[in-house]
Design a protein around this ligand. Structure first.
Ligand code: 48H
Length: 250
């Protein structure tokens, strides 16, 4: 029956991808601008990378632009040129259609080789010998409904918290190990000038095996927020990819 052949094709292919990605070099939690950019550069370097996204769509906070005006601003356009997303120059800034940005970045990351699993929520981390070694995941609808259903696990050599505000994966570590992240996870007031540079500077491995990128960095290091300018997110994603490339080389 054709109906069953269609179902079999989907189930077999999905299971194959899932089994192929139970063990990873890198897991990125969150398919926002930082996570997708990190996934793009890591995959381009041939590093086996999986992104876990709890929502249906990738793009995180890109889609709505500023207050629903679906337009994003950057100060540099080199990465947009790299992935083929159009920019308009305005007042020394580059303006980008949020829909083209979200879909273009998602497509570029996918084409670079990253595996993305949407509708899966990370609910905990795997910690062994004081090193973060993977994530505990569940189907998002199970998590949302709060059903009593056990999760499964996916392993990583490096895990990136790219969950945006309020740094969901770091919060999981902090719950069991309050001394690992002694301060409250909280971003600071808006200040574009310091925020964009700060988020890139502080993108780092904050615990063995666990990196922070994107807006999550602001929560961990109390950095100011920057509103709908996304250069810091893209540079943070690229920086975390560079740090991990160096670490995996060793
Ligand atoms: C699976 C999860 C989980 C989980 C969350 O919010 P994002 O777009 O994050 P960034 O850091 O790439 O970009 C931040 C940017 O969008 C932004 O908000 C800016 C620049 N704000 C400035 C300001 O001043 O406000 O994406 C995070 C993604 C989302 O898609 C979530 O659904 C996903 O992570 N996510 N996925 N398991 N536990 N938690």
């Amino acid at each position: 029956m054709k109906e069953v052949r269609i179902s079999r094709a989907i189930i077999e292919e999905y299971n194959k991808r899932l089994l192929d990605h139970l063990e990873n070099d890198v897991i990125i939690v969150g398919a926002g601008p930082a996570g997708l950019t990190a996934g793009y550069w890591l995959s381009k370097a041939g590093i086996k990378t999986t992104i876990i996204e709890k929502k249906l769509s990738v793009g995180g906070g890109i889609w709505g632009g500023a207050a629903g005006y679906n337009t994003i601003v950057l100060e540099e356009k080199d990465f947009m040129d790299e992935i083929g997303v159009a920019t308009i120059k305005k007042d020394n800034l580059y303006v980008i259609d949020a829909i083209e940005f979200a879909t273009g970045l998602g497509f570029a990351a996918k084409k670079a080789g990253v595996q993305i699993f949407n509708l899966i929520e990370v609910e905990d981390i795997v910690l062994k010998d004081e090193i973060v070694k993977g994530v505990v995941v569940n189907n998002s609808s199970i998590s949302t409904l709060g059903l009593h259903v056990d999760p499964f696990c996916i392993s990583s050599k490096c895990l990136i918290d790219a969950t945006g505000h309020p740094a969901g994966i770091v919060a999981m570590l902090k719950k069991g190990k309050p001394q690992a992240v002694p301060e409250e996870l909280k971003e600071y007031f808006m200040d574009v000038d310091t925020a964009e540079a700060g988020v890139v500077e502080k993108t780092s491995e904050i615990y063995p095996g666990l990196y922070v990128a994107g807006m999550a960095v602001c929560d961990v290091f109390h950095l100011p927020r920057m509103g709908p300018i996304f250069g810091g997110m893209l540079k943070s994603g690229k920086k975390v990819a560079e740090l991990i490339k160096q670490k995996l080389k060793k």
